[in-house]
Design a protein around this ligand. Sequence first.
Ligand code: SF4
Length: 192
Amino acid sequence: MLALAEIFYSVQGEGTWTGAPAVFVRLAGCNLNCRFCDTDYSTKFFATTEQVVARVRELGAACPMVVLTGGEPFAQRESSALIDALRADGRRVHVESNGSIAVTLPDDVWLTVSPKERLQPAMAGRANEVKLIVDGRVPDEWLADFRGRAIPTFLQPEGNKRANVELALAAAKARPGLFRLGLQTHKFIGVP
Ligand code: SF4
């Protein structure tokens, strides 16, 4: 049984896939406790993998993209079975993870890693894109873990606060071949 916070149909507001319609499955719980966390990942209901797949189908029958997010999706062991079930249902699965729990993923799963602490080398090596949260500083110490990987690296200003936007923008302009400014565009249009 999976513990879930919410399932909804919206658009991806962040990263490489910004603007793509997607069904979001927010798994409950997280193994970290970041001070800037603004996500409600508390458990709202429980469901089997089959029930989650059915709900995804109900909300976005024609939508190829499903985003597993959290909390930390891999904090629940059953998330791997959910990924397999969604792929078997014809969905392209994306996962947003803090990268602190090492898992093996099928090649066709898109992995976004947003490191905060205890980043696992296997997850840094598997990431398709990186999201660094800028909160008073640019946490570029994580770059060493992704060294040599030519993947998009987004600097996301925490809370869209002006000071964080300015820090992220200055860092992106200083290293344009490395960083991209990452904005939570869904918040600008008031959708989840
Ligand atoms: S890893 Fe993400 S979801 Fe977990 S506490 Fe940190 S910001 Fe929140």
